[in-house]
Design a protein around this ligand. Structure first.
Ligand code: GTP
Length: 348
């Protein structure tokens, strides 16, 4: 019998650094042939584009599969299982499968899918790796504003959740075999100490925690954990599973995303500065995409996590490619989408 193919699940909240870590992994995975399944929340495949652009020989464009129909945890049966089945039918099977979940996904239903008979016989979960934005934890991003949540609960009795962000953060940690405390360059030693205790206090199990900058972790640390997480998934229940033992499906009603299309931008530094203000004012959680900078042959990639914005020219616009500025915006459901859209459109 063929050996089972190991699959690593990489999860972590919006903007924690999953794509950055995978990009780095692909360049130091030795000769291992890797198939990559990536899933994003929102209608713009930024992560796929970034990873396809990294040109790793052990993971070509054909080996990168994007699941764009929704969040992987909600579409496991419709999207993920058929994709895996097709991947396993390929003549040249991968040595390792890496799955990047959306930043809003619960890893639990995905890992549980590895117990489906057709998949279980051929693949095993090597491990679940949860990437943490240490700077965001240090800034109290996942520490619930209990007063605000209590106030919302008083208004709406059907609310059975804590803050959706805090809950997701915990669910992603609960599933981890390895926790990567990323973005340690943005905090000092004291801050890192606080982040470690904060993360540890959120989970009953004690997975190994390592520190990283820009997701730089050797492939030998990330791959080959050999856990078989699918056998232990019943011990890692999400808040939703604990609250709805009856199997009521969960959804992502608490979060929304939309895409803003703009023309070329001449003054990008002015644009980015004003964008910071809009992000802060409307509490946008994540904003990313590509900018057409007037007169420049290269495309500018924009990545905002909270009010922190990175930008870099990632590649030249291809001949014949329609140049455009497209940004995906992700926030809590109560974010005023119209106001955010209008404010961004007014910048050009
Ligand atoms: N300063 C700093 N920035 C980082 C680090 N790791 C990633 N980033 C930046 O953080 C931003 C988000 O990184 P991504 O790798 O796209 O995060 P992600 O988890 O894939 O994001 P989603 O897929 O949207 O959930 C990018 O601008 C990265 O360059 C780090 O260790 N330090």
């Amino acid at each position: 019998m063929q050996q089972k193919i190991p699959a690593t699940v990489i999860t972590g909240f919006l903007g924690a650094g999953k794509t950055t870590m995978i990009r780095n992994l692909l360049t130091n995975a030795g000769g291992k042939k890797i198939a990559l399944i990536i899933n994003e929340f929102g209608d713009l495949g930024v992560d796929g584009d970034v990873l396809k652009g990294c040109g790793a020989e052990n993971c070509t464009e054909d080996d990168i599969i994007e699941l764009t129909n929704g969040c992987i945890c909600c579409t496991v049966a419709d999207d993920f299982i058929p994709t895996m089945t097709k991947l396993l039918e390929r003549e040249q099977r991968p040595d390792h499968i890496v799955i990047e979940t959306s930043g809003l996904a619960l890893p639990q239903p995905l890992v549980a899918a590895f117990n489906w008979p057709d998949i279980r016989s051929e693949v095993t979960v090597d491990g679940v790796i949860t990437v943490v934005d240490s700077a965001a934890v240090a800034a109290g991003r996942f520490a619930d504003d209990h007063d605000a949540v209590d106030a919302r609960r008083a208004e709406d009795e059907s609310l059975d959740h804590e803050s959706p962000i805090e809950e997701l953060f915990e669910d992603q940690l609960t599933c981890a075999d390895l926790i990567v405390l990323n973005k340690t360059d943005l905090i000092d030693a004291d801050g890192l100490g606080r982040v470690k205790s904060e993360v540890a206090s959120r989970i009953a199990r004690k997975p190994v925690m390592i520190e990283a900058r820009n997701g730089e972790v050797p492939a030998s640390v990330l791959l080959g954990l050999g856990i078989g997480t699918e056998d232990d998934i019943a011990n890692r229940k999400s808040h939703h599973e604990l609250e709805h033992e009856d199997g009521e499906p969960h959804d992502h009603d608490e979060f929304d995303s939309f895409v803003v299309d703009l023309g070329a931008i001449a003054d990008t530094s002015g644009f980015v500065e004003k964008l910071k203000g809009i992000i802060a004012e409307h509490d946008v959680l994540r904003l990313k995409g590509f900018i057409d900078v007037s007169g420049k042959p290269m495309r500018l990639q924009l990545q905002a996590v909270g009010a922190r914005i990175d930008q870099y020219f990632d590649r030249a616009w291809a001949p014949g490619e329609a140049r455009s500025t497209r940004l995906v915006v992700i926030g809590l459901h109560e974010m005023d989408q119209d106001a955010v859209r209008k404010a961004i459109e007014a910048l050009v």
